[in-house]
Structures are given as structure tokens and as C-alpha cells.
Design a protein around this ligand. Structure first.
Ligand code: HEC
Length: 215
């Protein structure tokens, strides 16, 4: 009787070890690791920078949640394929520096919104370090454009636009909170009346609203 009990205990422990082993070695792990920080230092080659940029675009940056690789019907964000060329052409058209335009697209995404899209892209600096932002920007340029962004030379551009994106994100958050609280309804209605679909981009005080002709 005593021996039977012991055998049962050994069997149970053995089965547990067996299944733990199967679980650890054969099943896909769904454990989510904290995003790693890429080590981007002065002296990194352009090739390395582009490789890291690609990894970030398809991984840590979470960009593909919205951006499709190739154009597709109903896409809610521009496709990655050829994006470097598209932005380069548009920058030339707008007579702005292409490096600035690319980097600004990442850290202050709502200043220029291409037709057909909405300003839903979050500023990327919430997720990525300065080096990582430069790497992604360079990689995007390599998609049909010419790579002129490099590390650390392009850091001053980042500094120029990061604050702008941060400020806008803060305003947007505040508006969304107010809309959520019901306080922003009048602002929303005002802009809806004006057929302005970017109403959430701006926040006006009551006095400013009155000045603009709203209630
Ligand atoms: C929540 C969805 C979303 C996520 C996540 C997102 N984007 Fe975007 N992105 C958009 C939308 C929508 C646009 C177009 C509107 C705009 O410019 O803000 C856009 C525009 C862009 C543009 C400019 C494209 C153009 O034609 O002007 C670039 C470059 C870009 N995103 C890169 C990225 C990168 C890199 C990441 C990841 C670090 C990222 N996006 C994450 C939605 C997203």
C-alpha cells in the first residue's frame, strides 16, 4: 500500500517534469519580453544602421500594426514599399529638406497628413530611442529613396521636431480626455459643422471658439 502511494507520487512528479519540458521546448513561447534597446553608437556603419532600422520597423517599432508592406485596398496608413521615394518626391515638391521631412514624419506625424489618411499615428519617440528613430528613418529612405540620414549626424533634426510632436500629442490626449468626459462635444460639433475632419488636431478655448464663429 505504502509502495503504491510512493509510485503514484513519483509518477505525478515525473509527468509534471515531462510536460514542463514539452511546454518549454516544443510549444511557442507567448511570454512577452520587454522591448530591447538597440545599441546604436557613433561609428555605426550605414549598413548596420539600415539593418537595425529594418528590425525596428518590423519589430519593436510596432509600425506594421498600421502600415502594410505593399499597397492594399482600405489601408489605413501608407505602404512601406517605395515610401522613401514617395517622401523624397513630396519633400522636393514642398521645397523642404528630405531628411527633415522623413524624420518629422516619425516624431511629429500630424503636421503633414497625406490625403486620404487620418492623424492616428502616435509620435514614434514614445517607443524608440534617438538612435532607433534615426535607424528607422534611414531604412525608410532606402525603400525607393536615397539614404542621406545617418547617425549621429542627423540627431539635430530629431531635436528640432521631437518637441513639436510631444506637444501635439499632449494636446491631443487632453482633447480625447475631454471628449471622453463629454466636455469636448462642443468642439467636436463645431468642427464637424465646418466639415473639418481634423477637429481633434486643434483645441480652442471657449473664447477662441466664439471668435471663430462657434458657440
Ligand atoms: C496607429 C497607426 C500607426 C502606427 C502604429 C504607425 N503609423 Fe506611420 N502613419 C500612420 C498614418 C495613418 C499615416 C498617415 C497620416 C500621417 O502622416 O500622420 C502615417 C504616416 C507615416 C509616414 C509618412 C508617410 C507619408 O506618406 O507621408 C511615415 C514615414 C510613417 N508613418 C512611418 C511609421 C513608422 C516608422 C512607424 C513605427 C515606428 C509608424 N509609422 C507607426 C499610422 C501609423
Amino acid at each position: 500500500m505504502k509502495g503504491g502511494f510512493l509510485k503514484l507520487v513519483v509518477l505525478i512528479i515525473g509527468l509534471n517534469v515531462f510536460y514542463t519540458y514539452i511546454g518549454l521546448y516544443f510549444l511557442p513561447q507567448s511570454k512577452s519580453l520587454p522591448p530591447k534597446t538597440y545599441n546604436i553608437k557613433e561609428g555605426i556603419t550605414q549598413d548596420e544602421l539600415l539593418k537595425v532600422g529594418e528590425e525596428i520597423l518590423y519589430g519593436k517599432g510596432q509600425c506594421m500594426v498600421c502600415h502594410p508592406n505593399a499597397p492594399e485596398a482600405g489601408m489605413r496608413a501608407p505602404a512601406v514599399a517605395g515610401i522613401g521615394g514617395v517622401l523624397l518626391a513630396r519633400a522636393k515638391d514642398m521645397d523642404v529638406n528630405p531628411d527633415e521631412y522623413m524624420i518629422q514624419s516619425l516624431v511629429d506625424p500630424n503636421t503633414f497628413i497625406p490625403e486620404g489618411y487620418q492623424g492616428i499615428m502616435p509620435p514614434s519617440q514614445k517607443l524608440l530611442t534617438d538612435g532607433e528613430l534615426i535607424a528607422v528613418a534611414a531604412f525608410l529612405q532606402s525603400n525607393g529613396g536615397s539614404v542621406t540620414i545617418s547617425f549621429p549626424e542627423s540627431l539635430p533634426i530629431l531635436e528640432k521636431f521631437k518637441g513639436k510632436g510631444d506637444a501635439e500629442a499632449a494636446v491631443k490626449e487632453e482633447i480625447m480626455k475631454r471628449v471622453h468626459d463629454g466636455l469636448g462635444r462642443e468642439i467636436k460639433e463645431f468642427y464637424e459643422k465646418k466639415n473639418e475632419d481634423n477637429w481633434h488636431k486643434r483645441f480652442l478655448s471657449k473664447t477662441e471658439l466664439a471668435k471663430e464663429g462657434g458657440k
